[in-house]
Every structure is written in C-alpha cells, then in structure tokens.
Design a protein around this ligand. Sequence first.
Ligand code: MG
Length: 399
Amino acid sequence: MNAPSSVTALIVAAGRGMRAGGDIPKQYQLVAGIPVLARTVEAFLAHPAVSDVQVVIGAEDQGAYEAAVAQKSRMRPSVVGQDSRQGSVLAGLRVLSSNAPDRVLIHDGARPFANAALIDRVIAALQHSDAVVPTLPVSSTIKAVDGEGQVGATIPRDGLHAAETPQGFRFPVILAAHEKAARSGLQFTDDAAVAEWAGVPVRSVPGEPGNIKLTTAGDIAMADRRMTMEAMLGLGDIRIGHGYDVHAFGSGTFVTLGGVVIPHDAGLVGHSDADVALHALTDAIFGALADGDIGAHFPPSDPQWKGAPSDRFLADAVRRVSDRGGIVAHLDVSILAEAPRIGPHRDAMRQRIAAICGIDIDRVGVKATTNEGLGFVGRCEGIAAHAAATIRLPFGAKA
Ligand code: MG
C-alpha cells in the first residue's frame, strides 16, 4: 500500500479521437509543439499533492505514448484500455489496485488545461466526500433536437451543470462502483455517473471554464493558438545581437564555413577550425545575451580549443539562451569572400546551423557576397562574416 495520503492521477487516453482529423489520435497531436497528452500529464506531475500518474492508452499507441510521455518521472507503467471509456477506466483502476493509492483523480487525456487550483479543489473536497466532480452551471439554453434537426423542446437549465474532469474518488469506493457497473453491463459517460448509480453520494465543486476537452480539429487549432500565444507573451524580451569575425587564408586544401567543409586551394588560419560564419553567429548570440564574446568564453590561449570544431561554440551560446528560459528566434549570417563560391553550399550551411542550434531551417539565413575586389577580402587575403541573432527571453531572466 502507498502512504494513506497518496493521490494517483488516472488519465484516460485510449480513445481514437478521430473527430479531430489527422492520422493520429487527438491526444498525441501537437499543441504549440508538445503532444496534448504530455501537457495533460505534466499538469498533474506539477501538482505537489499528486503522487504519481497512471495513463490508460490505446493498443496501437504504444510508440506515440513512449515518445510523448513515458520518459517523465513518477509515471506508472501504461496499461492498454478497452473500446469504451468506462472499460478503459476500469482497466486502469484494476492495475492500480495491486499498489492502491488512497485517492484517485480520473481525468480525460484530451483536457490539457486542468490547472492547479482546480486540482486543489477536487483534492480538498475529498477530505469530506468519497466522490467529487467539478461542474459549471450551463449558460446556454438547452434544446432537445432530433436527428432531422427538428427542435422538440427547450429544457429548463436551472440547476443544470456540465461535468468536467478530474473527478476525484476514494480509491476502493470507485473501484467497487466500476466493478459493479461492469457486471451489470450498463455504460455511463463519466465516472461520477458510475458512482451515482452505485449509490455513492457525489459532491460538486466549481470547475474551470478553460478546462475544455479537445474534440474537433478546431479545438486543437484553438489550443495551439492559445498555447503559442502564451509561450510568446512569456518570451517578450526580444533582443538582437551582432557578431563579426575574420580569418586569414593560409596553406590548405579546404575551408570550413557554416559547419560545412568546402574544398579550396587555401585554408583558413585560426586556433579552432577558423569557421568565420559560426564564430560570427556565436558572437551575435553572446551579444544578444549581453554575455561577453567568443574570446572570453573560449580563450585562444586554452589548448583545449585548438583545432576545435566551432559547432561546440555555437551550441554553447544556444545552451546559454535556453538556460535563461529563452529561444533563438532567428539567425542571419553574411559571408564576405572572393572565393570559394558560397552559393552552392548555402542550403547545406543553413541545415547544419539549424541542426546545431535545434531550430527550424526557415529560421536560418545564409548570404554571401564578394567584396568587389576591394580591401583585404578583395585581395583574397581572408574571409569575413557578419551575423545577427534574434533571441527571445522571459522578462527578468538573469545570467
Ligand atoms: Mg574566429
């Protein structure tokens, strides 16, 4: 037995959810880059009163589940559900019974917006009740409509509430109610209804208007906009940094530019691999962070950077952005060289830079120009690069 105070979240995600469109069930579709189910699970793992999380999944979804959720901590091994939601909940309750929690919060996998205050209310009400359901009064006028679209009646909405999840229960009480319902063959649309049918008094607490169940493609798109907007508002400190670098030609048979090796009749002289494009980009990010420069972070006097591939420098700058909770929004580099020709390698460089930084290729610009024969670049004495980096940080993030 777990400690008497233990609370397990039982998340039901076995449905196919194909009303939302797409090739994968809605609970695995991405909302602002993160699968719906991962967001749902995280809402419970982040709550201090929740001991662990049990997810009930579809038999075909093992791979999607592993990729989205399984590596998080405090997860019980997933269990495969049934065709009906009620059957899936019972499968989850049965597997929990071998190491039973004191209380269980049963929640829909497609409700990623359950917040801490809602979870608090359900758990608090379980102090005095065996069964708790969050509800909101119905604000729309309710019509009975037949299959032909004919309105039959207007149903008085006084006292009508819509039920949400998580619904909280004393574990032995809901397990017994579900076992009894399974024996009877009756199907209910939520777990509170199972408890009510079994004669368990069910207590209502206020739900949350934002705690919607994502059902249609429109719901998924709305959630994506909402979460993307919130993420962007949270990264409102937008900064642009500039970087410049130059390396001289020396003997050699290739140059490394933008992380790409280009055959040439000369090489570039430098302590590292002399990749001017990556050095300029690295300095642009350090500039946006107002955090020194490449020479300060990787001193040429330090032998460990001798001949070092410059992707290490760029990756380190990006890590400093994410350490402050930020993202690299865009990178742009201009390479100044009479030779070699850069154009044929432009997309390979964009791809390499995007991979080093963990961003999309459409957020990386690589441009090149000759210097029209003027100056040291024009005299083929070396290659120079200018770069700009746009980063987004949370306000108040400190180094
Ligand atoms: Mg350099």
